[in-house]
Unconditional design. Sequence first.
Lengths: 312, 430
Amino acid sequence: MRFTKKDILDIHSLDPEEIALILDTAMGMKEISQRPVKKVPTLRGKTIVLFFQEPSTRTKLSFEIAAKRLSADSVAIAKAGSSMAKGETLIDTVKNLEAMRPDVIVMRHGSSGAAYLVANRVDCSVINAGDGIHAHPSQALLDMMSVREKKGRLSGLKLAMIGDIAHSRVARSDIAGFSKMGAQVWVCAPRTMIPAGIQALGCTVASTMEACVADADVIMMLRIQKERMNDILFPTEREYAGWFGLNRDRVALAKKDVTIMHPGPMNRGVEISSDVADAGYSMILDQVTNGVALRMALYYLVAGGSRHADTD
Amino acid sequence: MRTLIKGARVLDPGKLDGNKTVLISGQTIEAVLDPSDSVPGNAADLRVVDADGLVLVPGLMDIHVHLREPGHEYKETIATGAAAAARGGFTAVCAMPNTVPVNDNAQVTRFILEKAGIAKAARVYPVGAVTRGSAGTRLAEIRDMQLAGIVAVSDDGRPVENAQLMRRALEYCDGLSLPVFVHAEDLSLVNGGAMNEGPAATFHGIPGIPNAAEAVMVARDILLSRLTGARVHFCHISCEESIDLIRNAKLQGVRVTCETAPHYFTLIDEDVKGYDTRFKMNPPLRSEKDRQAVIQGLVDGTIDVIASDHAPHSREEKDLEFDRAAFGIVGLETALPLSLKLVQDKWLPLDELIMKMAKHPARILGINNDIRPGNPADLSLIDLEDKGVIDPERFVSKSRNTPFTGMAVQGTAVATMVNGTFVFERRPAQ
């Protein structure tokens, strides 16, 4: 199978075969990261621009390391130093970037749909590294990769997702991705964090935390964003932790071999207790490791093309 | 100079409907004749307009338009907006006061009327601000503006958030017999939303605007109308809850009227695809259930008026991230064809549609626009059969921000007469 998409904008626009191809490719890339010399010449001569208009540490670093491991040249521009801070429009900024002939633009932006806006205007590939509360496809793909690696499959698994679904691009992308691959996705949170019509993305809204995690193969905890406190979503972190925090008692309701995930950064003692976060069934750090391999796969598929498949 | 319009079906809802000949002398209607009647007076200075197969109606009035001048002339000017109105079949528009500076004093009102006088297109009726700068803190000098020529007041673009101030505004304007046009929006419920709250917004990750953001303010101002006995006109009603509230208020005898815009009975939130900002307006496109409720409100008379909420914006203000793009679409040159679809789909008879686009707007403003001798000759000539496709490149308006590009429509204005003069005439085909 050839990968023909120019851009990776969201999970919705990928079909299950494409998702499987990305995950398979990422598994191959993971091997590279385990070598003593973690570098292959696959994307030598390619230029990747990391265009991050929102703060990011891990995602940006992950994309940057992934580019280096494939020998691509990567350049990062941040909001503070960019001409957007001087009032230039997004389209003007990326048209300028495009004029320097990059092969891939990796972008993060605070507005939902920003990656669509850019992808429609540039000829190079665009990888969405998070747009507003819309999508974060590379995160969802690395989550699927990690779960598939651990459980051997995605189809038929029960994924319980707890937290602020309404304001989470990770949640939207994970719901779409896991459900496309045949998993059952359950979500729960205070009603203030469940957006209208979320079921249409492919999930069931559980009435209680207990029902949500019962017999779950995977529990994914979303970060409670302290800056959302002004949105009147919940009264205190203390009350939230009591109602929807993941602790040992709740983990015990899930399957014995349950895997616990968190897209990070964690608020220990709020959405997840420290003992659960550090326990053996957590694969939070595996997610980070797989993130590099997954992003290498995305670069390879959009910029390397399958014509390189035989030579490397 | 006299003009004779003959051959048309003359439709003045509730007054006239039939093949009549209308004689216009100078600025006024001189006579409405049967086809067989002889034309009185000297035939030498008579221009005869053959309107066979067309419908002649009282001048259409769009009571909700943003002309952007003064201040935002790059989006629209009074001249281009009034010309776009004439092109769309409107003989008059109400110009909302959210210009820069705001029309909150008689000087700005006089400026608008002066520009409109030069434009020689549709009439422009200025709407004054309720509060100074539309800032919602102190009443504007409303009587002074009325003396200068405003026909209504509104803080359109934003709500009057303070209920006590709104109460006083209603009472004050009641004494001046000025209608208050209400932009019903609870900003705390909008909370940064950019499209209708619902599955489509959730899918796109766009913060939603719930129906209640509109309806709670509709409810408040119905109660304030009951309290004060003053008239309230609700602008751009978009959702079922508001329509239910207004229907009920009317049954109770509360003095409320309301308008909707063509996009609310034509499109829904599911039509917003690929973050296309041409579909972004406030209030937002709602659900199919709301669209049906708007049509029902038009059918049962709850909704009195169709107004375009013509909101021109430059390309630069729309070619942006969805949440940063400006709210609003142009409407003057699409309102009539889109509304005629209600007639083609048999939701409304033509006379009811003309009521909502000509007679009710006039009644709300206290203007008599009957087609009768002595009245100003403000008339719209419509071709119900003309088939076309909406093409923004042909708009007279300065702006092109419409979601209706490429839509097939039937029916269009072919001539617009203001004060006895044609301000728009379609070139004869071929």
